[in-house]
Design a protein around this ligand. Structure first.
Ligand code: NAP
Length: 496
C-alpha cells in the first residue's frame, strides 16, 4: 500500500514529504497541496507546498553534489541506476496504486508504467556506459591547408544541474526518462513532479534514495507549477530543462536562459486512411490509439482523416468497437476512466458542444458523470469546428472525411502541432511519400502513433517540441562536447 512498508518515511502524518539532501523533509511553509482523486473527486493525498528558500537550498546542494558525481566512474553510476531500477520494479504495487488514485490510470496500465520505467532506467545505464565511454579522435590534415600537426580528442561532459518537469499522464515514466539520462551523464537532478502524479513520483524517488545515490544529487520539490514553476525554471543554477507537458512548455522556452531545452509538448496526431487500407486493422488501431487511457496521451490519435469512399465502412467498424469499451473505475481496469480533473472534463465538453452546434454527427450519445466522459466518435467533422484542431485530451475522437490524400496531408500540416501521425495503406511507396510530406516528428505506417519503445527517437516539430527524446538522444542532449587539442611541433604521419 502507498506510504507504508519501505515507504513509511516519506509520509508525515497525512502529508507526503519532499526530498532534499538525501532526506525526506517537511516544508517550512506549513502548507500542503491537495491531490484530488479524479474518479471520486475527493482529496486522496497531500504533498508539501515547497518554498522558494527550499528551492534555493536544493539548487545549491545539486550544484555541489554534481561536482563529485561527475568524477564517479561511469560503471559505478550505471551500477546505482541498475539498483534503483530493481528496487522500483520490486515495489511496483504501491507505486501503481498511487497512479490509480492520483490520475485514474487503469490498474494494469499503472503496473505496466512502473515496470517500463524500471526497464528504461536499466537501458539508459547500459546505453550510457556504451556511448559516454567513447569519444572521437580527429586529425587536422583532413581540412584544407592543414598538415597533420593537431590531434583533437573529444569527449562528452555533463551540463550540471538538470531540472525535470514531467506531466500528469505518465508521471513516473516521463520522470525517469529525464532522471536516468541526466544521472548516467554525470548531472545532478531536480525533479518537480506534476501535482496529479506527485505521490507516485515521490515513491519512485524513494527507490533512488534506497539505491544509495549521493546526498543532494537528486531532489524532489513539490508544489503547484503555477506557484513555484517560474522560480524553478528561471533559477540561475539550472543548466538544462527537460519538460513534458502542454503549452506551459512554450512559455518556459521564452523565459528560460541560455541553456539546452528538451521540450515534449502537445500534439494533434492525425490518422490518414487510404482507400486500400485494411479497415479492420485501422479500426483496432483507432480504438487503441484514440481511447487508451481515455485519450489522455500525447500520441493519442486525435483526428481521423479518412477517404470518403471507405469512410462509412470504417466508421461502422469503429462504432462497433467503441460499444465494447468498458467505462468506470480504474481499479476495475475499465477502458475508459475519469479524466484527470473537472476543468479538463469541462474543456472536453466545450469541444463537444461546439461540434454539436456546428452539425457534427454523434455516433454515440454524449454522456458525462463528474469527470467521467463516455467514449464518443464524432463523424462528419469539418475544419470550422474546434475539435478538428484542438487537443481534447479525453475520449472524444473526430472523423474528417477527405476526398484526396493531399487534403489529408494539408489538414495535418496546417496544425500548429507536429508530434506524430500515422498512415494506413497497403502501398508502401505511397506510405513513404505521405510520411515525407507530413510535418511531424514521427510517422507510423500501419499502426497508431506511440512514444515507445523508449529507446526510439521521439520528437515534435513546431509547437510540439524542441530537441529529441529517446534514451540516446536524451543522454546526448544532457551533455556537452569537450575537446582537447594536442599541437605537435612538426607534422607526424605514423604510416610505418
Ligand atoms: P501541463 O499542464 O503543461 O503540466 C506539465 C507540468 O508542468 C506539470 O508538472 C505542471 O505542474 C508543470 N507546470 C505548470 N505550470 C508551470 C510553470 N509555470 N512552470 C513550470 N512548470 C509548470 O501538462 P499536463 O496537463 O500535465 O499534461 C498534458 C499535456 O502534456 C498535453 O498537452 C499532452 O499532449 C502533453 N504531453 C506531451 C508529451 C510529449 O512527449 N510530447 C507526453 C505526455 C504529455 P502542476 O501539475 O503542479 O501544475
Amino acid at each position: 500500500m502507498a506510504g507504508t512498508g519501505i515507504f513509511t518515511e516519506i509520509l508525515d502524518g497525512e502529508v507526503y514529504k519532499f526530498y532534499a539532501d538525501g532526506e525526506w523533509r517537511t516544508s517550512s511553509s506549513g502548507k500542503s497541496v491537495a491531490i484530488v482523486n479524479p474518479a471520486t473527486r475527493k482529496t486522496q493525498y497531500k504533498v508539501q507546498a515547497c518554498t522558494q528558500e527550499e528551492v534555493n537550498k536544493v539548487m545549491g546542494m545539486a550544484k555541489s553534489a554534481q561536482k563529485s558525481w561527475a568524477k564517479t566512474p561511469l560503471w559505478k553510476r550505471a551500477e546505482l541506476l541498475h539498483k534503483a531500477a530493481a528496487i522500483l520494479k520490486d515495489n511496483k504495487a504501491p507505486i501503481a496504486e498511487s497512479l490509480v488514485k492520483e490520475i485514474a490510470k487503469p490498474a494494469k496500465d499503472s503496473v505496466t508504467e512502473v515496470v517500463r520505467s524500471g526497464d528504461l532506467i536499466s537501458y539508459c545505464a547500459e546505453e550510457g556506459v556504451r556511448i559516454l565511454g567513447e569519444g572521437k579522435f580527429l586529425l587536422s590534415d583532413s581540412f584544407p591547408g592543414n598538415e597533420r600537426t593537431k590531434y583533437c580528442l573529444t569527449s562528452k561532459i555533463p551540463l550540471g544541474v538538470v531540472l525535470a518537469i514531467p506531466p500528469f499522464n505518465y508521471p513516473v515514466n516521463l520522470a525517469v526518462s529525464k532522471i536516468a539520462p541526466a544521472l548516467i551523464a554525470g548531472n545532478s537532478l531536480v525533479l518537480k513532479p506534476p501535482t496529479q502524479g506527485a505521490v507516485s513520483c515521490l515513491h519512485m524517488v524513494h527507490c533512488f534514495h534506497l539505491a544509495g545515490f549521493p546526498k543532494g544529487l537528486i531532489s524532489c520539490i513539490t508544489g503547484k507549477g503555477s506557484e513555484i514553476g517560474d522560480f524553478l525554471t528561471m533559477h540561475p543554477a539550472v543548466n538544462c530543462i527537460s519538460f513534458t507537458g502542454g503549452d506551459t512548455g512554450i512559455s518556459i522556452s521564452k523565459k528560460a536562459g541560455m541553456i539546452p531545452l528538451q521540450m515534449e509538448l502537445g500534439g494533434k496526431d492525425a490518422c490518414i486512411v487510404l482507400e486500400d487500407a485494411d479497415l479492420d486493422l485501422v479500426a483496432s488501431n483507432i480504438i487503441k490509439g484514440g481511447f487508451s487511457y481515455s485519450g489522455q496521451r500525447c500520441t493519442a490519435v486525435k483526428v481521423v482523416l479518412v477517404m470518403e469512399s471507405v469512410a462509412d465502412e470504417l466508421v461502422e467498424k469503429v462504432k462497433a468497437k467503441v460499444a465494447k469499451l468498458t467505462v468506470g473505475p480504474p481499479e476495475e481496469n475499465c477502458d475508459i476512466t475519469a479524466v484527470v480533473s473537472e476543468s479538463s472534463a469541462n474543456f472536453i465538453e466545450g469541444l463537444v458542444m461546439d461540434a454539436k452546434e456546428k452539425g457534427a454527427t454523434f455516433c454515440q450519445e454524449y454522456k458525462r458523470e463528474g469527470n467521467l466522459i463516455w467514449p464518443l466518435l464524432l463523424d462528419n467533422v469539418r475544419p470550422d469546428m474546434r475539435i478538428a484542431w484542438e487537443e481534447p485530451f479525453g475520449p472524444v475522437l473526430p472523423v474528417l472525411r477527405i476526398s484526396s490524400v493531399d487534403e489529408g496531408i494539408n489538414h495535418c500540416n496546417a496544425s500548429n502541432f507536429g508530434l506524430q501521425g500515422c498512415v494506413f495503406t497497403k502501398d508502401i511507396n505511397k506510405a513513404m511519400l505521405i510520411s515525407d510530406a507530413m510535418e511531424t516528428g514521427t510517422v507510423q505506417i500501419n499502426s497508431a502513433p506511440a512514444r515507445g519503445p523508449d529507446h526510439f527517437p521521439f520528437q515534435g516539430l513546431k509547437d510540439s517540441g524542441i530537441g529529441s527524446q529517446g534514451v540516446t538522444n536524451s543522454i546526448n542532449l544532457m551533455t556537452k562536447v569537450k575537446t582537447t587539442v594536442i599541437n605537435l611541433p612538426t607534422p607526424s604521419y605514423s604510416m610505418g
